[in-house]
Design a protein around this ligand. Sequence first.
Ligand SMILES: C[S@@+](CC[C@H](N)C(=O)[O-])C[C@H]1O[C@@H](n2cnc3c(N)ncnc32)[C@H](O)[C@@H]1O
Length: 196
Amino acid sequence: MGVFQIGDTTTGTRNYDFYDGIDYFITPQYAIDKLLEQENFEGTILEPCSGNGRISKTLEQLGYTVYSSDIREDEDVYGEKGINCMSLKGIQANNLITNPPYLNTKKLLSMTQHFLTLADKKVALLLRLAFLESQARHEFLTTSPLEKVYVFSKRLTMHREGMDEKDKARGKIAFAWFVWNHDKPSNTKPIIDWLF
Ligand SMILES: C[S@@+](CC[C@H](N)C(=O)[O-])C[C@H]1O[C@@H](n2cnc3c(N)ncnc32)[C@H](O)[C@@H]1O
């Protein structure tokens, strides 16, 4: 897979801050299925970094109404093309589920904060477990309605398009589903659980 032509829909200029053309990984089916075994989502779902649509298609097969978009503009994108998720404003759906780009960790915090403004129920993000760390994220993590962190006991292998998902590659990075719930009582702490 080559480098994508990316346009920032808000400015019309190229914007590689969030996306450098290589951060497209297909979400492992196992990771999506495990989340959906644990969590119920009521109402509509926004997938704002939909890529080729692995998460969106799984949700649609289960009967959910899903709004899919991605900053990419190539023909393989599932959903609306050329939409920078940071340009979306206001509540777009009841829930948001995605596997966002990871490369720029500072921007990932502002992207996560922004995602919380786009859904009025739950926001589920597949992130590195290390997102729990850092002084920069401390205030956000301790004051936002983070309800659950689902740690994968087995390391996930993130595949690029064209790779065989059955190959023997083993991921070296620990991932977890982070689930925020706007209905979480503010006096409760996040719950940690494991996916096996
Ligand atoms: C890790 S991939 C996840 C793909 C997809 N969610 C899946 O389940 O397979 C991250 C995706 O985020 C997209 N992306 C990166 N920056 C973005 C932005 N600012 N707005 C919308 N999509 C973005 C990339 O094009 C890529 O498709």
